[in-house]
Design a protein around this ligand. Structure first.
Ligand code: NAD
Length: 476
């Protein structure tokens, strides 16, 4: 298992041999120590990316595609190794880690297929007197900053389109989960990626490492996935160099259940939208808005099904909810639940942290949640489902939109016209219509409002790594 810095195709120690500990959130014990990159190490990684860019940007698209395809196959072949590492450093149950490996690997395959399809156009100007040639070229060296909740998929979602487009990169993974990203670097070496194209530099000083990189004219783009608060700071940091940016930020997803919904199906969708990844997902349903006519049925079914989700170590076969990633995350979940209960909500199931070692929290449903409860406005990032009600479609839309976020909405209804109206009326980048899962490497993932800028995945994903160049051609 690699634990060093990966710079210019080689593994190295950090300046001063500094290291930091990675914990297993299910035991709070040290899992490994990892090299702790200094700002100078970050600049060394950028220098390698910058040096590699010229030759890499000129490689044949087919060559880049084949490297991605090989990386896809290696990741799949090493599924068990990746899944165990994800579970150990992040906490989710092994079955979910395997699902993340499949999902994360799929970005490698999808963008291996996109690389040869990068194209421009040659056309006649409207007045017929000129030709317009439009070409695409790689943006150049990129900085990637990724979160801990999907340590593999959030990395491949950026690396794969960048490799396909011909960009080089420096990846700074989350300090809670650097091991998966380092193993991925090993995979790319085996797949034949040239030195310097992908550099990985974990650090406990993310602001210190990224600041000088954002200020360096050799960097051409930042792609960030994480909280809106940090995203805002990084957007400001991009201003001086007028960097291209992609920002995948926080969410506050509403989950709407209309009076004509298949309630049993809505409950199954709710379980996935809420409990996948223990609720630690930007697309996790954060607010359940249920029509008054079906709220009783929905709540009692949801509570009954949640009893079938045992909490435990991710490595144990029976576990369906692992620990939260750290004490800070658990404290925030506890605070939001306490605030709601203090203001009048009740918890028919759960409502407490699990005592003992490991950052466990019980799957929880909250009912009678008052409008001023913080949990309706803030990302809970835990297995807590607050339920409130609405009476009309208009009211549902108004409540759903009453947030600064706009990443994803979920809606259950049997009325297709309503579904299409919602797709227009909801302020969201993505809508799950009668489904609790939207993520798909072939689809454009991303948000509006303060949930971010740009899209990852789909045909849109590669555009984020391409610059447009227009050549005016005189009449032939
Ligand atoms: P975070 O913002 O605390 O950290 C994300 C990354 O930013 C980490 O790598 C961290 O080291 C780095 N970072 C922290 N402070 C920094 C600074 N001052 N300068 C530069 N880098 C800094 O978020 P998190 O707790 O790791 O992840 C959870 C958040 O990520 C949630 O808000 C979630 O909604 C969001 N998220 C969004 C998406 C999406 O696609 N929209 C996907 C997953 C997670």
């Amino acid at each position: 298992m690699p634990t060093g810095l990966h710079v210019d195709g080689a593994w190295s120690a950090a300046t001063g041999d500094r290291v930091f500990a990675v914990l297993d959130p299910s035991t709070e014990e040290v899992l490994a120590t990892v090299a702790d990159a200094s700002p100078a190490d970050g600049l060394r990684a950028l220098a390698a990316a910058h040096t590699a860019q010229a030759a890499w940007g000129r490689t044949a698209p087919r060559e880049r595609a084949e490297i991605l395809r090989r990386a896809f196959e290696i990741v799949l072949r090493r599924t068990e190794e990746f899944a165990l590492l994800i579970t150990l450093e992040m906490g989710k149950p092994l079955a979910e880690s395997r699902a993340e490996v499949a999902y994360g690997a799929e970005f490698l395959r999808w963008f291996s297929e996109e690389a040869p399809r990068i194209s421009g156009r040659f056309t006649t100007a409207p007045d017929g007197r000129n030709r317009l040639l439009v070409t695409k070229r790689p943006v150049g060296p990129c900085l990637f900053v990724t979160p801990w909740n999907f340590p593999l998929a959030m990395a491949t979602r950026k690396i794969a389109p960048a490799v396909a487009a011909g960009c080089t990169m420096v990846l700074k993974p989350a300090e809670l989960t650097p091991l998966t990203a380092l193993l991925l670097a090993e995979v790319f070496t085996e797949a034949g990626l040239p030195p310097g194209v992908l550099n990985v530099v974990p650090t406990t000083d993310p602001a210190g490492l990224t600041g000088p990189l954002l200020a360096d004219p050799r960097l051409r783009k930042l792609s960030f996935t994480g909280s809106t608060a940090v995203g805002r700071r990084l957007i400001a940091g991009c201003a001086d160099q007028v960097l291209r940016m992609s920002m995948e930020l926080g969410g506050n997803a509403p989950f709407l259940v209309f009076e004509d919904a298949d309630v049993a199906a809505a409950v199954e969708g709710a379980l996935v939208a809420k409990l996948r990844n223990g609720g630690e997902a930007c697309v996790a349903a954060n607010r359940f808005l249920v029509h008054t006519a079906v709220v009783e049925e929905f709540t009692s079914r949801l509570v009954a099904r949640m009893r079938e989700y045992p909490v435990g170590r991710g490595t144990e076969a029976a576990t369906r909810i692992g620990p939260l990633v750290d004490e800070k995350t658990r404290t925030k979940v506890s605070e939001l639940v306490r605030d709601a209960v203090h203001k009048g909500a009740t918890a028919p199931i759960g409502g407490n942290a699990v005592p003992g070692k490991g950052f466990y929290y019980e799957p929880t449903v909250l009912v009678d949640v008052p409008a001023d409860a913080r949990i309706l406005a803030e990302e809970v990032f835990g297995p807590v489902a607050p339920i409130t009600t609405f009476g009309t479609e208009q009211e549902a839309v108004r409540l759903a939109n009453a947030t600064e976020y706009g990443l994803v909405c979920f809606a259950y209804t049997r009325d297709l016209d309503r579904g299409l109206r919602l797709a227009e009326d909801l302020e969201t980048g993505m809508l799950g219509l009668n489904t609790g899962v939207v993520s798909n490497p072939a689809a454009p993932f991303g948000g509006v409002k303060q949930s971010g800028l740009g899209r990852e995945g789909g045909a849109e994903g590669i555009e984020e790594y391409l610059e447009t160049c227009y050549v005016a051609v005189s009449d032939p």
